[in-house]
Design a protein around this ligand. Structure first.
Ligand SMILES: [Zn+2]
Length: 274
């Protein structure tokens, strides 16, 4: 996937592209293993800039599901042009198909709301390989709204639904930053192509905080959500794995981790403890 982005640099021409190239050459060495982006608030002006020469695709829907923008006009359902790389779009298609399948009891997905994919700034957004998820609406009337800080809802069912939605993101993306991760992500779930393949790593702050939040919200583990994988987190994770019937190593096997994420998502969308 990263090879695609690097290859595309060869096609970039013109003055506008020089700025793009400068940005890419800054981030490209870090794509494989760098820390996730922490500054993740995008302005309308940054998104209005055309990626143009960077050979991104433009879309208004992901696999037929509309993607709206509410940051400047809450609730609007105006079609909007978004951009990302072909490879990232393909991952988005896989992601939304997973989401449809795992949340099918809610009906179909009427639309999603994003705060940005390609954005004219450094990092994964600048490379066209990131998504900020603000909101999902299902045909049966359910919603999940990271935009409204659903991770911190006083309603346990909403917190489970948020974690279910994040678990689906984690099936397809390795760097997923949520409301527990830091203040920049209190109002959206960020997913990108950094650090692939998908799995859960003990030395990842974002992965560890997700595990801690899942253990607390589905099993009442009472962990401090500090991103540090200590003895209590290990014990809680062992209990979570066992209760979900997960065999194999989700720290090294993408398929084991994806299966575990699906099971978390199923429980979360059903508002069930684990
Ligand atoms: Zn983001």
């Amino acid at each position: 996937m990263f090879e695609n982005n690097v290859t595309r640099r060869g096609f970039v021409t013109g003055a506008a592209a020089v700025a793009g190239l400068a940005g890419l050459s800054t981030i490209a060495p870090g794509l494989a293993g760098a820390a996730p982006q922490t500054h993740d608030q995008h302005t309308e002006a940054e998104m209005a800039t055309e990626a143009g020469a960077l050979a991104m695709m433009t879309f208004q829907k992901i696999d037929g599901t509309p993607v709206y923008y509410w940051r400047s006009n809450r609730g609007n359902t105006t079609a909007r042009n978004w951009q990302c790389t072909d490879a990232f779009y393909n991952a988005l298609v896989a992601w939304i198909r997973d989401l449809r399948s795992l949340s099918s009891s809610y009906g179909s997905i009427s639309y999603i709301v994003s705060a940005g994919f390609y954005v004219n700034k450094p990092g994964q957004h600048g490379a066209g390989t990131a998504m900020d998820l603000d909101h999902v609406r299902w045909s049966g009337g359910n919603t999940i709204s990271p935009l409204d800080q659903a991770h911190a809802s006083t309603n346990a069912a909403i917190r489970k639904r948020y974690l279910a939605t994040e678990a689906v993101c984690r099936r397809r993306f390795r760097y997923v930053l949520d409301g527990w991760y830091n203040a920049d992500h209190h109002d959206h779930i960020h997913s990108d192509f950094g650090g692939m393949p998908v799995r859960v790593l003990k030395d990842s702050e974002s992965d560890t905080k997700f595990v801690q939040a899942v253990c607390n919200n589905f099993r009442g583990s009472g962990l401090v959500i500090d991103g540090i994988w200590g003895t209590n987190t290990q014990n809680a994770f062992n209990g979570l794995k066992s209760a979900l019937g997960v065999t194999g190593d989700p720290h090294t096997s993408s398929s084991v981790w994806q299966s575990m994420c699906s099971k978390i998502a199923t429980k979360g969308f059903a508002n069930q403890n684990i």
